[in-house]
Design a protein around this ligand. Structure first.
Ligand SMILES: *Cc1c(COP(=O)(O)O)cnc(C)c1O
Length: 221
């Protein structure tokens, strides 16, 4: 197999979606979601010049990204999966951004470790826009209070993140996330995946998270 990935095609579609939405070219960051992908495919995307990636498990990221960081400069890694409080310090070392700040205990731990380390990754609050019991994220009606609580702890919230329910029209969820962000003075919006990132751009996404459309199917397990 050659080193051809879906990266170029997705970037073209992303730039076209920006134009259609009347948004400046390059205003949306593509996060290439590399979870459960073979190292060769990640390497192919790095070789094509892409530098922004997302992983949903701390342990998995720890197994591959330190080595890639030694070989490629300017890598920007986003944590897009749940974070346990006992892994926060490790997450600080591995990730440039944590998109899954979703509960007071986690926010307090991040604030404490940021104080100790004198630095903090960029932070996004995850909102469970569909109020799904099995999904992480603060409930929409609790988002304002939680964001305020984070700010009281001294945390800077750069954006909001959501994963819409699989069986619902994502636009409603994108619109809801954008509304919560706007009323809290937050500009970052991480929303949209392989199947719906163009729609997310129309609703103001600043970050889209695309995995399988770039890398192909994920490995199981
Ligand atoms: C896996 C994952 C993605 C990417 O999903 P695709 O459908 O492969 O594009 C995006 N966001 C989160 C939070 C994920 O876990």
């Amino acid at each position: 197999m050659g080193s051809e990935t879906g990266l170029k095609a997705i970037l073209e579609r992303l730039r076209a979606a920006e134009r259609r939405a009347g948004r400046p070219e390059g205003s949306v960051t593509l996060i290439a979601v590399s979870k459960k992908q073979p190292l060769e495919r990640i390497e192919a995307v790095l070789e094509e010049g892409h530098r922004v990636f997302g992983e949903n498990r701390v342990q998995e990221a720890a197994g591959k990204w330190p080595a890639f960081r030694e070989r490629y400069e300017d890598i920007e890694l986003h944590l897009i999966g749940p974070l346990q409080t006992n892994k926060v310090r490790q997450a600080f070392r591995l990730f440039d951004a944590i998109q899954t700040v979703d509960r007071p205990k986690l926010a307090r731990t991040i604030a404490r470790i940021a104080e100790e380390e004198g630095r903090c990754p960029r932070l996004f609050v995850q909102v469970n826009t569909g109020a799904e019991p099995q999904k992480a994220g603060v409930l929409p009606q609790e988002a304002d209070a939680f964001i305020a609580e984070c700010r009281d702890l001294g945390l800077v919230i750069e954006g909001l993140m959501c994963i819409p329910p699989v069986d619902e029209e994502p636009s409603l969820h994108f619109a809801l996330l954008a509304k919560i962000a706007a009323r809290n003075g937050i500009t970052g919006l991480s929303m949209g995946m392989s199947a719906d990132f163009e729609k997310a751009v129309a609703f103001g996404a600043t970050h889209v998270r695309v995995g399988s459309a770039i890398f192909g199917e994920r490995m199981e397990g």
